[in-house]
Design a protein around this ligand. Sequence first.
Ligand SMILES: [Zn+2]
Ligand SMILES: [Zn+2]
Length: 129
Amino acid sequence: MGIRMRVEFMGDDHVDDQNGIDVSVQPSGTGCVECEATSGWWLHLRRCAQCGHIGCCDTSPSQHATAHAQSSGHPIIGSFEPGEDWFWNYADSSFFDGPEMLPPTSHPITQTVPGPAERVPIDWRNHLN
Ligand SMILES: [Zn+2]
Ligand SMILES: [Zn+2]
C-alpha cells in the first residue's frame, strides 16, 4: 500500500521499473538490525531494497527480514550473501533479477554463516525454521 504513495510522491522522474527498490540507499550494516539489538544470531541475511534494512532470512530463528517487510510495507528484499544477486518480491512471491544496488552488496566474506560467530549456539541447527 505504501508503495503507490511513494511513487506518486517521488514523481515520474524517479519511478523505477520495479516499485520498492531504491538503488541509492546503503545497507544498514553487516548484520541483522534486530538481532544485533537483541544479541541474536542469523543464518542468512537479506537487504530491504527500499530502505536498506538488513534482516535475517526465514530460516533464521527470528525471521526479521520478513517481519520488516510486513511492518514497513517494503515489498522487495535482495540477498545480502556473498555471490548472490537475486531479489524476492513479497507481493507476488517471486524471485527476479534486480538492478545493481549501492555497495556493499553483501556482508563481509569473513563473516560466518551462521553468524555472528560469537553468538551462534552449538546446537544452532535445532533452532532453524
Ligand atoms: Zn534477525
Ligand atoms: Zn525497508
